[in-house]
Design a protein around this ligand. Structure first.
Ligand SMILES: Nc1ncnc2c1ncn2[C@@H]1O[C@H](COP(=O)(O)OP(=O)(O)OP(=O)(O)O)[C@@H](O)[C@H]1O
Ligand SMILES: [Mg+2]
Length: 146
């Protein structure tokens, strides 16, 4: 499905809705260039998952973790990753994806290592404050967005 938002707040609102429907084992993979809104969207996911709103860019840390009582959100930035060795160096393979939720920025760089049922989100800029957000979820959330 496609959503067009007109402000960061609207993007956060849409992401919050998606976040509230996520469950353990879900993997979100973003595509979209610098400043598209991937970190902003992840802020909404964290709110929807009940993990607060202090999400920041993991560009230098490569991964930030937002822990809740039941679930943790792993927020990766793969901007600088291009090889499997590089991916391993983030500790990617050591995370408990089955019992938690992950959101991956610059997932283009690790496309071949993503699980089959990954939820793909593409954010395209339509102007300064307008973004087209395409969510490929295999129809899982279609009813919720009508
Ligand atoms: N509708 C919108 N949705 C999301 N962000 C928007 C929107 N309109 C403007 N913006 C602005 O776009 C920028 C998005 O930044 P953000 O850090 O979320 O992008 P990013 O995709 O994570 O970038 P990077 O690849 O550098 O990590 C912010 O400055 C935000 O205020
Ligand atoms: Mg970012």
């Amino acid at each position: 499905m496609k959503i067009v938002t007109h402000s960061p707040a609207e993007t956060i609102e849409a992401a919050k809705k998606l976040g509230s429907m996520l469950r353990a084992g879900d993997m979100i993979a973003y595509k979209g260039g610098l400043g598209a809104g991937k970190t902003t969207f992840t802020r909404g996911l964290a709110i929807g998952l009940g993990l607060g709103d202090n999400v920041s860019s993991p560009t230098f840390a490569l991964v930030n973790e937002y822990r809740g009582d039941k679930i943790t959100l792993y927020h990766f930035d793969m901007y600088r990753i291009s090889t499997e060795e590089g991916l391993e160096s983030t500790g990617f393979y050591d995370y408990d994806f089955e019992n938690n939720v992950a959101a991956v920025e610059w997932s283009e760089n690790i496309a071949e290592f993503l699980p089959k049922d990954t939820i793909h989100i593409t954010i395209a800029s339509l102007g300064e404050n307008d973004r087209e957000i395409t969510i490929e979820d295999g129809g899982r959330f279609a009813a919720a967005w009508d």
